[in-house]
Design a protein around this ligand. Sequence first.
Ligand SMILES: [Zn+2]
Length: 180
Amino acid sequence: MSRYLFFVLFVLSWLLVLVAGNVQAQEQKSRYVTLVYTEMKDVQEFNSNLQLNRTLESAIHQKNVITAADEVLAKVDIIIEKVQVVLDMFPNNYHIQLVLLPDSSGVALIYKQKYGKNVNHIAYYSLSEKTIYISVADTRLRVLAHEVGHSVVDYYFQQVRPPYNIHELMAQFAEQHVTD
Ligand SMILES: [Zn+2]
């Protein structure tokens, strides 16, 4: 084998490793949210863990739902609308990213990369990125409603951000009353 051919094969095999390792993120948009995920199984698990109550569920049937991702987006839009009603805050140009991660270690990894701190959050909302990161394994209606609460408060108070404790209180209020 010539040295040149060996070199070409070596480069090609490395490219293959890189391509295989680079799992491409998928995106799908609705009115209020851009859903970001790498694997369809995460969308399915998120969908089955995100159980709505009867009132919220009935709103789904008025929407055009075909795939699991469609259903997730329809549910999340309904939860966002409900949280806005609960908080009585209807900010203009509200649109967030929702990033699905397989479990809390996925959330911890992202948090560590961005802030250099170790946490064991199952979800968090990034004010600077307008993004909710959530563990699909731990997803529940109330968990999502809490983070959506943070995002709605963030969009509503454009000029002066409420103090941390008040921000948190409003997110907890959204979490408690989303099922009303
Ligand atoms: Zn919070």
